[in-house]
Ligand binder design. Structure first.
Ligand code: MN3
Length: 202
């Protein structure tokens, strides 16, 4: 049974950066719906005992096209939101430490630079989608963007996302309306780099 990650904070705790109604709708409705649908489809496909990343990384093994597309979308929605919500915090670490910080500095030059690249990828994503910071098996880091609920796993890159920035309109429209860039700027105020560092170290 796939479950939504527990939130480490109250629905209004990310205000004013992310408002209570957006959190209630995003986590309580959208993410809940992806999770419910993913469970149903995984059961139908007989993959309910695998982990979500394993399912998304082997979609080609599912021959039924409707099921495969459904798992890509609903499974991606489940996985991406678990990552997104698990890295948000009301008292976030504003910078990574240790191995992740070193790798960011050697790859991008600075933390500000990788944040800038992730922001630009998110703002530039046409329509609904995400930007991601991902790692490969050697610990190299990559910035990318994906449409819909795709991610570097379902895209077959062999990379694992460690930071996910949601730029579907449901993530920001209630408060920021058409100003996606304003939401992206505020996202960094509630992103907990300690969580991202933990995921990098795994
Ligand atoms: Mn979303």
């Amino acid at each position: 049974m796939f479950k939504q990650v527990d939130l480490s904070f109250e629905m209004d705790a990310l205000e004013p950066h992310i408002d209570k109604l957006t959190m209630e709708t995003h986590y309580g409705k959208h993410h809940a719906a992806y999770t419910k649908m993913f469970n149903e489809l995984a059961e139908k496909a007989g993959v309910q005992d695998k982990d979500a990343a394993e399912i998304l990384g082997s979609l080609d093994s599912i021959s039924d096209e409707t099921l495969r597309k459904g798992l890509r979308n609903q499974g991606g929605g489940y996985y991406n939101h678990n990552l997104y919500f698990s890295t948000l915090s009301a008292s976030p670490a504003k910078a990574p430490e240790g191995a992740l910080l070193e790798k960011i500095n050697s790859t991008f030059g600075s933390l500000d630079e990788v944040k800038d690249q992730l922001s630009k990828a998110a703002i530039g994503q046409f329509g609904s989608g995400w930007s991601f910071l991902s790692k490969d098996k050697d610990g190299n880091l990559y910035v990318s963007a994906s449409p819909n609920q795709d991610n570097p796993i379902s895209e077959g890159t062999g990379r694992t996302p460690i930071l996910a920035l949601d730029v579907w309109e449901h993530a920001y429209y209630l408060k920021y309306r058409n100003l996606r860039a304003d939401y992206v700027k505020e996202f960094w105020e509630v992103l907990d780099w300690n969580k991202v560092s933990e995921l990098y170290a795994k």
